[in-house]
Design a protein. Structure first.
Length: 240
């Protein structure tokens, strides 16, 4: 089962909506509580001051994601470089997907963008796992300059999901700026699945594309990583 990394600014009160918790229920989840320290503050000092409060919050969140059933754990990190922390923890936990939290109620409509540097079959496979037999309508979206090839890709991907009993529609944007087209397509959808567009998790998390999609869509964005060296493995324990 795919593992999803959910980074949160744990001491700043960043939280997770009930809709995202429900959406990720079939998945394995690692909640990454992190706090970025001033350069002059030693991590050990911050840990002595804040660990208990942060750990209490993380334990509650992990419980919501199913820690009691063994499908969720958490990591707590005090760091001077959140970018390196995200990459390191994603690699250590073998997280193939990460979530940018956003406010949402029950997820009834899911937008799946097939644009990006991630193989389409990885995205489609993840969506099939995520949706399962739940009544979630899926829109497959593609922005491209090649209309014929784009339609063929959408139809092939839609057929795979339809065979799993998932309700699918397709949307093709031809000759439009991909990011603007994706943001426009996100209207009336509760959450987004997309592939990362760069070789590094840190580039996407802190890049303009992910931030804009997450901000303008309001709801959660689930980002499927490129996948080199990331087999499906489970993770456990707490990160120092």
């Amino acid at each position: 089962m795919t593992r999803i990394l959910v980074p949160l600014k744990i001491l700043e009160g960043e939280s997770i909506s009930a809709g995202l918790t429900e959406l990720l229920e079939p998945m394995n989840v690692t909640v990454l509580g992190y706090h970025v320290l001033p350069e002059q503050t030693p991590p050990d000092q911050a840990r002595l001051q804040y660990e208990e409060r942060a750990t209490d919050a993380l334990e509650d969140l992990a419980t919501e994601f199913g820690a009691g059933e063994g499908t969720a754990d958490y990591r707590l990190v005090f760091t001077h470089d959140r970018k390196q922390t995200f990459d390191r923890v994603a690699a250590k936990t073998a997280s193939d997907v990460y979530a940018i939290p956003g406010a949402t109620g029950p997820v009834e409509r899911l937008l799946v963008a097939l644009s990006g540097d991630v193989a389409v079959n990885r995205i489609v496979s993840f969506v099939a796992q995520l949706v399962g037999d739940r009544e979630i309508d899926v829109t497959l979206f593609l922005a491209t300059d090649e209309e014929g090839a784009g339609r063929e890709l959408l139809e092939t991907s839609a057929q795979v999901l339809s065979e799993d009993g998932i309700a699918v529609r397709t949307e093709l944007a031809v000759g439009e700026p991909p990011l603007e087209a994706l943001v426009a397509a996100a209207v009336d959808h509760d959450a987004i699945v997309m592939g990362e567009r760069a070789p590094s998790l840190r580039t996407l998390v802190f890049g303009e594309e992910a931030e804009r999609v997450a901000t303008e869509s309001v709801g959660p964005v689930l980002v499927v990583r490129r996948g080199e060296g990331h087999a499906d493995r489970s993770a456990g324990g707490e990160e120092s």
